[in-house]
Write a protein that binds this ligand. Sequence first.
Ligand SMILES: CC(C)(COP(=O)(O)OP(=O)(O)OC[C@H]1O[C@@H](n2cnc3c(N)ncnc32)[C@H](O)[C@@H]1OP(=O)(O)O)[C@@H](O)C(=O)NCCC(=O)NCCS
Length: 360
Amino acid sequence: MTRAAAVEVVPLDPTAPTWSEDVAAWHAVYDEVARHLRAATANPWRLDELVVSLTADASHTRRTAWAARAREGALPGTPAGTVVGAGLLTLPLLDNRDTASVSVWVPARWRRHGVGTALAAAQEDAVRDLGRHVLQADAHTGDDAAAEAALGGLPFARARGYEVALAGLQSRVALPVDPALLGRLVADAAPHHTAYTLRTWEGPVPDDLVAGYARMDALVDVEAPSGSLEVEARTPAVEVWREREAESERQGRRNVSTAAVDAGGRVVAITELWRGDGRDQLQQWSTIVDAAHRGHRLGVAVKVANLRRAQEVWPDATEVVTWNAADNAPMLAVNEQMGFRVVERDVELQRRLTDPSEQG
Ligand SMILES: CC(C)(COP(=O)(O)OP(=O)(O)OC[C@H]1O[C@@H](n2cnc3c(N)ncnc32)[C@H](O)[C@@H]1OP(=O)(O)O)[C@@H](O)C(=O)NCCC(=O)NCCS
């Protein structure tokens, strides 16, 4: 039997009668792999959060779960039909339409039997059939060669022709951050941004700010360092922003957000902290300062104002988690001032499908 035949790979259909049990088995594999060797740094999505995204029928993104099921006798000690690998294919629909994000997770006991190859190849074929050319993925790398080999993602991706496009860092800070430190940061920054007003809120972006807020959020992926990733600005449409907010709400996520507004009422900086239902940690999402308004300490101003409010709203939260490009010196400097420390490394990977005869 060839290695690729060890498993059958299928996309999961949310309308199938077996969907609930299929997606639960798929999620169990994903969750196990996400935590493997990463107990202190993993933050996998819960099943219900993923189900919302997989069934959202969103205008902006289509996500499809892929399952690899063992064939009879192909993997020692594994009954036929067992889910031995999980994949997730993410397609931006309104922008970045030449791009697809491919994810693959295989538990350690089933590795090096071609399961990852079969899952990646099935997704890559689907991308090729859609006429898209840019495959993107990511992998945690650990601190040294041994960790990189044990985590598996980077050597696997390299073997499939992906190249490192961007290095990333996960950083965390324990909560509460000392109010005296936050007070000093606010006082230091204040004289530099007197021409701007800071606004902080919970829940949806206020109507008078939402167009400017969506415009800023759409720029995050292109304004932050993106290495050699092929990436376009996201669609800044207000209705798409509202759709994303509604999806987050259905996922049980709550936010505290801050914007800086100039004298003309234009949103020139944004930042957000999110908390999922039942979670102790906060996630730092998009922080961006408009290029024309940099140099006024607005980055630190919005982040500190937002964190102060978040500490009032969620006094029991234990940590903030954030990801940055490893070469995003200004953002890393702001984070360091606030007490963040690097806890993990990852890489964004990319492969361009150029040759129509190329096969996975
Ligand atoms: C990456 C991952 C999915 C690979 O799954 P897998 O089923 O072991 O992959 P395959 O057996 O199809 O490996 C195919 C080839 O990739 C390379 N490869 C895979 N894992 C490797 C490792 N740990 N070290 C070196 N090469 C590796 C080898 O060339 C391998 O072929 P070989 O076994 O004949 O030498 C699995 O290690 C995993 O789930 N890691 C954590 C999640 C992750 O990083 N996913 C993102 C990947 S972009």
